[in-house]
Design a protein around this ligand. Structure first.
Ligand SMILES: Cc1cc2nc3c(=O)[nH]c(=O)nc-3n(C[C@H](O)[C@H](O)[C@H](O)COP(=O)(O)OP(=O)(O)OC[C@H]3O[C@@H](n4cnc5c(N)ncnc54)[C@H](O)[C@@H]3O)c2cc1C
Length: 447
């Protein structure tokens, strides 16, 4: 143990439990903690920044008040905080998304210039992206073998408790963010029907409830938006309030298919992060083009169709219910995300990037790699994507996964009244047209 102060740079790991970077920082006996409220957050919606403020507020509480939240570039905030604390080593979880990598490189350079070191401990994943590779050292391109190798690779046990007594308080600072004011702000400007849980202890308790009550039937019920029996862990995972390793340590103790299917869903999260790590361009560009450039709908026609989709007024009950659930809660059931995304890309012929941008602005669980790669999966442009010719039929999907129309009627109460719009396209015709364009692109070598 040294008498020197260490700094914990909190990033997408806003939790006390199972946090190796916090453990290592506090193990030195004297530590401080800082979070950078960066200009990139200006692009977030009010509801997301309000939620982040609540998450940070409760984290600060969990750390006994010792968390500075300061506005500015991460490189400035972290290097100044390190200077102020007299810390030569800064501990942080490593990021793998293009923006996270650029940020940590800038922080490392600023610290180096000042004779200090950025030390990475852990990541937001059970297995860090880039680690699961084939025997020849190259990355997996297909999910199932990736998942099997990922399981084989395994992960560490959850980290021990941090030494919270080591944390020292900061004095007031000119760049301090007023978390109370930020946390309240989102409610008044952008009301949500329900705000996601933001307290770490309640998130872990909800996880245990889910594992006790719903995991056994997860394999089948997870596809039913009317039953709403998924874990809702995506929001806390996006902010790092719970680590997948914590979750996997609990599911490992549960027998049965439900727990294995659930672990497999977490493996999708790791797979998408791995794909983006190997193909950073996938954040914007299709990994595999599916139509000729000129076949996508553009201009006013696309704008009008996009607005009808965005506002839940397409005339297809399941699509509209999903878009309204997103609008009102900032979350949408996975099955419905697939249906609305397929509808936008394959029925309306609007490029996936436009839908992904709307999700970025509205999802409370927005996660760059998960969002972009899931859109690419549905669009058929991704690494191990759903084939382009698989076009979801929104009506049969509704019959199958919302058989009593409970989900639809909850979000589209006027569905059976004259106010509800007629379907904006004939799905059968739209499907045939899209498949024809796809075939043409294939024959002409445009893809
Ligand atoms: C078009 C589209 C966009 C999406 N955008 C996001 C996003 O921005 N952020 C995000 O976290 N998820 C995204 N997803 C994946 C998925 O819809 C959500 O993770 C899931 O609905 C969250 O609910 P849950 O936590 O109750 O899931 P559960 O069914 O309880 O699953 C447990 C966890 O497994 C992971 N998981 C489940 N399904 C997927 C999947 N398809 N891909 C990757 N991980 C998965 C998530 O971390 C999830 O929290 C998107 C899916 C689609 C089709």
């Amino acid at each position: 143990m040294t008498s020197e102060t260490a700094l914990w740079w909190a990033r997408r790991d806003l939790r006390v439990t199972d946090n190796p970077a916090l453990v290592d920082a506090t193990a030195t006996g004297r530590a401080r903690a800082v979070f950078a409220w960066t200009p990139a957050l200006h692009r977030w919606s009010g509801r997301r920044t309000a939620h982040l403020a609540r998450v940070l507020w409760q984290l600060r509480d969990g750390l006994g008040g010792s968390l500075a939240v300061r506005k500015g570039d991460a490189a400035d905030v972290v290097s100044q905080a390190a200077q102020e604390a007299g810390a030569t080593v800064v501990f942080a979880a490593k990021e793998y998304s293009p923006a996270g990598v650029a940020e940590q490189e800038a922080v490392a350079a600023a610290l180096r210039a000042d004779g200090r070191e950025l030390r990475f401990v852990g990541s937001p994943y059970a297995v860090a992206p880039g680690r699961v590779v084939k025997a020849d050292g190259t990355e997996y391109k297909v999910f199932t073998p990736f998942r099997d190798a990922w399981r084989q690779h395994g992960w560490r046990a959850p980290a021990a408790a941090p030494n919270l007594d080591a944390l020292e308080a900061w004095g007031p600072h000119a760049d301090d963010i007023d978390l109370d004011q930020r946390a309240a702000h989102g409610d008044t400007n952008d009301p949500l029907v329900s705000t996601p849980e933001f307290r770490e202890d309640r998130i872990l308790a909800a996880l245990d409830d889910f594992l006790d009550s719903d995991i056994a039937t997860y394999g089948t019920d997870r596809d039913r938006p009317d039953l709403d029996r998924t874990s809702h862990l995506s929001v806390p995972l996006a902010y790092g309030q719970v680590h997948p390793r914590t979750v996997l340590a609990r599911t490992a103790r549960i027998d049965g298919d439900g727990a294995r299917v659930f672990e497999s869903e977490l493996a999708w999260r790791e797979f998408h992060a791995d794909v983006l790590h190997h193909y950073p361009d996938a954040r914007r560009a299709s990994l595999r083009p599916v139509l000729a450039e000129g076949d996508w709908v553009t201009g006013r026609e696309a704008d009008e169709a996009f607005v009808a989709w965005r506002d839940g007024r397409t005339g297809f009950g399941l699509v509209d219910a999903g878009m309204r659930q997103l609008q009102h809660t900032g979350w949408m059931h996975n099955r419905v995300r697939m249906v609305v995304a397929s509808f936008l890309v394959k029925d309306l012929l609007i490029p996936w990037q436009r839908g992904a941008n709307h999700f970025r602005r509205t999802l409370m669980d927005y996660d760059h790699s998960q969002n972009q790669l899931n859109w690419q999966w549905v669009a058929g442009t991704g690494r191990d994507a759903s084939p382009f010719f698989r076009i979801f039929n929104p009506s049969t999907q509704a019959d199958k996964f919302d058989p009593q129309r409970r989900y639809i009627e909850r979000w589209v109460p006027e569905i059976d009244t004259p106010e509800y719009p007629a379907p904006m396209v004939d799905h059968k015709e739209a499907r045939a047209h899209t498949l024809e364009l796809h075939q043409r692109a294939k024959d002409s070598g445009a893809r």
